[in-house]
Design a protein around this ligand. Structure first.
Ligand SMILES: Nc1nc2c(c(=O)[nH]1)N[C@H]1C(S)=C(S)[C@@H](COP(=O)(O)O)O[C@H]1N2
Ligand SMILES: [Mo]
Length: 508
């Protein structure tokens, strides 16, 4: 191996050690250099089509982005190690001075990227150690066999750093740390929520391939490579702008208010016709309207800008906020970090993107403005489109069973129709009973009225069973309460939501 190649190998190992070392301290958070690089890359992408990819791909884009950013991080910190080695050679410095320079440059860069001193120091120290262990291999002096041993030592050290960094989260996971849904935590469920969840379970159709009425795996879409970390003790929500009195409340004063439990469905504007970015939960929260009343919206207020701890912002008409909820619990558990802890907005009947997570500010505006995704070419601040999903298809000899969900925002689903001849003729499918409507959180679980009424912004399940002998095309469409039928015209999710009908070829 040539001296240059060995030097590059040592520098790469050093770069890997910095990425691992900073992870040890920061974990998978915006304070990790790799996540910081991923966020910088996201911000640097001016291309609307690339931004379209993020909301379109959703969570699938995140791992790709992080892997790419990890590569960039190794290149950056490895490059700094090479630079330090070069400076050392030109200035003819002692090996120990060169090693120190490696660590100092790497720590400085890590600090500039993610502003976490502890992570920067540990990262730089590990990066320097890897170069130090390489000895003659890095500086290119001495005999070949010693150089080779040095290279092995440094690569081994980098591998050990990665192993150590990887062990942290694994240990935390084994330790029973809260997962994404907080589900592993032993939380005493509110008896009323338990009752609501039981009602949802009872009313669900049990269909392979389709979620029950309360989603087991709720989709996640946001612009972040890692969730922002919001300290619930530090968190506050401010109402600002065209109001008589600005209001600021902390989490305790949110949770002290009269709350309600509400079944709400969310759908991302990037969701394809038969995609899976459509889910339902029972949320606990307080009406936004009360807070706005306290602030006193001025008559010149037309719109609102919701802002969040991750720098996200979305604008929409003030009227859409009517009936909005400040949610702090999801399915009876504290709102998971990935879904916007400690408090998110739920806006009835609108695309997911204005349901702002990690909410920090509601600014009342006198003029329209442009939100985060709209700057990037999306039009997703309006009412959600109507869709029927075809997620369950089961064929047993000639017996066919199809099913899924249908959602029409606050317009409500009155029917789902199935065609088994490619859309020529239609039959009504069986629908799940509607989920109950909002329930005061202080109601008694035994009160029959606690599970009364009909949710105004939740999906319904559907199923249809029939006999068939030949290959055929199944198509489904939802019908809104006023009889409007889900249109057939096909359109991509970008920029304003998918259109068309879900279909599948079935071979009995
Ligand atoms: N702060 C913040 N809120 C956000 C987003 C975001 O990137 N940042 N993404 C939005 C989008 S595009 C959607 S579809 C919904 C998804 O909510 P979920 O991840 O809880 O399913 O959150 C919205 N709220
Ligand atoms: Mo979205």
């Amino acid at each position: 191996m040539s001296v240059l190649r060995r030097r590059v190998a040592v520098a790469t190992a050093s770069g890997v050690a910095v990425a691992a070392g900073t992870f040890l301290v920061a974990g998978f958070s915006p304070r990790w250099v790799v996540v910081a690089i991923a966020q910088t890359v996201l911000l640097a992408l001016p291309d609307a089509a690339l931004a379209a990819g993020i909301q379109g791909l959703g969570s699938a884009a995140q791992p790709l982005l992080v892997v790419g950013a990890a590569g960039l991080a190794v290149a950056l910190f490895g490059g700094l190690a090479l630079l330090a080695l070069r400076i050392g050679r030109v200035a003819d410095r002692e090996r120990s001075e060169v090693v120190f320079l490696v660590g100092a440059l790497q720590a400085l860069a890590a600090f500039l990227l993610a502003v976490t001193p502890a992570a920067a120091v540990i990262g730089g120290a590990l990066g320097a150690a890897v170069v130090g262990l390489a000895g003659a291999s890095a500086t290119g002096t001495g005999e070949v066999s010693r150089a080779r041993r040095g290279l092995l030592r440094s690569v081994g050290a980098a591998a050990a750093a990665v192993g150590l960094a990887g062990a942290g989260p694994i240990a935390r996971a084994i330790d029973g740390g809260a997962g994404e849904s907080g589900g592993s935590e032993a939380v005493d469920l509110d008896p009323l929520v338990e009752r609501l969840l039981a009602v949802a379970a009872e009313r669900s159709f049990d269909l392979a391939g389709a979620e029950p009425l309360v989603s087991e795996s709720f989709y996640v879409v946001d612009k972040n490579a890692a969730d922002p970390e919001v300290d619930p003790e530090e968190w506050s929500l401010r109402v600002t702008g065209a109001v008589n009195d600005e209001v600021e409340i902390d989490l305790d004063s949110v949770t002290a208010r009269p709350a309600e439990h509400r079944f709400v469905t969310l759908r991302c504007v990037g969701d394809p016709v038969n995609g899976r970015k459509l889910d339902t939960a029972v949320w606990t929260g307080v009406p936004v309207a009360d807070l706005l009343d306290e602030a006193g919206v001025r008559r010149d207020g037309c719109c609102v800008m919701l802002r969040a701890a991750d720098g996200y912002y979305e604008e929409f008409p003030l009227s859409a906020l009517d009936g909005g909820l400040l949610a702090y619990r999801m399915n009876g558990r504290p709102l998971p970090q990935g879904h916007g802890a400690p408090v998110r907005a739920l806006i009835p009947g609108h695309w997911g993107e204005i349901n702002v997570k990690w909410l920090t500010e509601i600014e009342v505006l006198e003029e329209e403005a442009t939100g985060y995704w709209e700057v990037r070419g999306w039009h997703g601040t309006g009412p959600v489109s109507t869709v029927a999903k075809l997620h369950h298809v089961e064929v047993d000899d000639g017996a066919v069973s199809v099913g899924g969900h249908a959602y029409a925002g606050t317009r409500g689903v009155s029917a789902v129709e199935v065609s088994t001849d490619g859309g020529d003729t239609w039959t009504e499918a069986e629908l799940t009973e509607r989920l109950p409507e909002a329930t005061p959180a202080d109601a008694s679980p035994n009160d029959p009225e606690a599970v009364d009424g009909e949710a105004t912004d939740a999906w319904r399940g559907w199923r249809h069973e029939y006999e068939a002998t030949d290959e055929h095309e199944v198509v489904v469409r939802a019908v809104e309460a006023d009889g409007t039928v889900q249109p057939a015209a096909e359109r991509d999710p970008f920029p304003s939501g998918a259109s068309g009908r879900a279909s599948r070829t079935v071979r009995p």
